[in-house]
Design a protein around this ligand. Structure first.
Ligand code: ZN
Length: 284
């Protein structure tokens, strides 16, 4: 990423608006905004953002930096990725991709393709929920009073009872490396230690996509239609280059605007709980 593009983004972007996407800021001076620091635990706001000079500083833990440092820390991004993320948030068109090392380019490339394969998988599961085979899954959702609109909003889907179909459907569009890194498939190692052929991790399950804060699907949790001793009720994607379990909160992407508005969040235990309160009109 060329440095002059980063400079251009920094000049055009309003750091208060970008930081305000992550935490609640209130105006405390002509150019100063204050909020609760996201980098240390505190009850009174010592996190300060200066609009004119485009930097933030925490009087509690002394974290400081510009808009890119902030987004890098919050979203675990590299510098070039943070520049792109901030530019996208601010609606500034991106130049052609440039990375400082081939390794960095490869990793960013893999992450982009993992986002793409999760989107493809989401669409695959959504389509499968409409198939005749998914009658029982639809019955389950109806039984839990999940409306068609809610199915659409949360992009609920169905993983068919089939080891190979999804892999064969995605194979023409994604490299083997991406399929293996996605966590959507399992494979047993062969006798010589090389990975064996892949098969669908999620089968005969209702699928709930887990999105990152930008609303991109990065993992799934899937509920079994039939639970027995050998079948866990819920099965999740393994951690991947996109997905770190402890860092992602289900539905935060859709809830964050409402959370900011109402100034509190309602935290529930499971996806279905979250979807139920959402249907009841509680969106924060
Ligand atoms: Zn702090």
């Amino acid at each position: 990423m060329a440095d002059d593009f980063a400079q251009l983004v920094k000049q055009q972007v309003d750091i208060v608006r970008i930081v305000g996407d992550y935490l609640k800021l209130r105006k405390t001076g002509a150019q100063n905004y204050t909020g609760l620091c996201p980098f240390h635990k505190e009850k009174t706001g010592s996190f300060s953002v200066n609009a004119t000079h485009g930097y933030y500083y925490c009087f509690g833990c002394h974290e400081k930096g510009d808009v890119f440092n902030f987004v890098m820390k919050m979203d675990s991004l590299s510098f070039p990725e943070a520049v792109r993320a901030v530019a996208t948030k601010a609606g500034i068109p991106l130049p052609k991709r440039e990375f400082s090392s081939p390794e960095e380019a490869r990793e960013a490339g893999l992450r982009r393709q993992l986002i793409d394969i999760h989107e493809a998988a989401t669409q695959y599961f959504e389509a499968a929920l409409k198939s005749p085979e998914a009658a029982r899954a639809r019955e389950y959702l109806t039984g839990r009073a999940v409306s068609a609109e809610t199915v659409k909003t949360f992009r609920i889907g169905y993983a068919p009872d089939d080891f190979n179909h999804m892999r064969d459907a995605l194979k023409p569009h994604f490299a083997e490396e991406v399929l293996r890194a996605s966590g959507l498939f399992s494979a047993k190692d062969q006798a010589d230690g090389s990975p064996g052929s892949m098969y669908a991790r999620f089968r005969k399950r209702i699928t709930f996509p887990i999105a990152n804060e930008q609303g991109k699907v990065i993992a799934f949790t899937a509920r079994a239609l039939e639970v027995d001793d050998k079948t866990p009720k819920y099965l999740n994607s393994p951690e991947s280059a996109l997905y770190t379990k402890g860092n992602v909160l289900f539905n935060l992407d859709k809830a964050k605007a409402e959370m900011r508005k109402s100034d509190f969040a309602l935290l529930v235990e499971g996806q279905m709980d979250c979807i139920s309160v959402y249907m009841a009109g509680i969106h924060n």
